[in-house]
Ligand binder design. Structure first.
Ligand SMILES: N[C@@H](CCC(=O)N[C@@H](CS)C(=O)NCC(=O)O)C(=O)O
Length: 223
């Protein structure tokens, strides 16, 4: 089988997609493009995604899929034998779609401004700091809301791991970081810790989103 090609980066929103492809057992290659590092990195993905964002997946048939949630849902549906998402007629399907949409719409989208607060706030460092603080609070509110609406089992939607668990495990590591996520969402925290420790991903996490000393409190440290 020709490999899937994923434009992604260490610790990025491409990581849950990589984790899903690893669990499915798909051959894939990564084009490393940490777009937040500047124009040269953005240029790598521009021809595939004019918004110059990762993740972007190119299938062996040559189709491009952008949007992390769309890619994850598509993978789960396309490879049902991997059991990474509820089937279209499964009782948890509606809640699966609900939360798979909530994460990018309400949380991930805030990183467009958090990664560079001058995009909305201009050059004033005080305004930028206010944007960072306000978006951190908003993200915590979103996690609290999700926590109040879910009754996790071993995983967020029951006893089977889905791409939603992979997605939340990665996004909850971004600002305002895991320690605050643990306070906001204690029951979901048990789930993401289980995914952090999943033996099937034991070799994957150190390569693509390493756990370093103090990682639950600190930003990503590469190299
Ligand atoms: N809605 C997109 C958001 C993707 C996104 O924001 N990706 C970040 C990296 S994690 C990015 O490429 N940022 C660069 C930019 O927005 O300029 C998705 O869910 O895939």
């Amino acid at each position: 089988m020709t490999a899937y090609r994923l434009f992604s980066a260490l610790g990025s929103g491409g990581v849950p997609v990589e984790a899903a492809m690893s669990l499915i057992g798909l051959p894939y290659e990564i084009v490393e493009a940490p777009t937040w590092e500047g124009e040269a990195e953005k240029a790598k993905v521009a021809a595939i995604n004019p918004l110059k964002q990762i993740p972007a997946l190119v299938t062996p048939e040559g189709e491009t899929i952008t949007e992390s949630a769309a890619i994850l849902i598509w993978l789960a549906d396309r490879f049902p034998e991997a059991r990474l998402g509820p089937a279209i007629d499964a009782p948890t399907r509606a809640q699966f779609l609900r939360w798979m949409t909530f994460i990018p719409a309400s949380i991930y989208s805030l990183f467009w401004v958090r990664d560079d607060p001058s995009r909305l706030g201009g050059p004033d460092p005080e305004v930028q700091a206010r944007i960072k603080a306000a978006t951190a609070e908003r993200i915590l509110d979103c996690w609290r809301m999700m926590e109040s609406q879910l009754t996790p089992g071993r995983y967020l939607l029951g006893d089977e791991l889905t791409v939603l668990d992979l997605y939340v495990t990665v996004v909850s590591r971004w600002g305002p970081r895991r320690v605050r996520f643990y306070e906001a969402a204690p029951r979901m925290s048990e789930v993401v810790k289980r995914v952090d420790a999943d033996p099937r991903l034991a070799a994957f996490w150190p390569k693509r989103f390493p756990f370093f000393e103090g990682w639950e409190r600190l930003g990503q440290q590469v190299g």
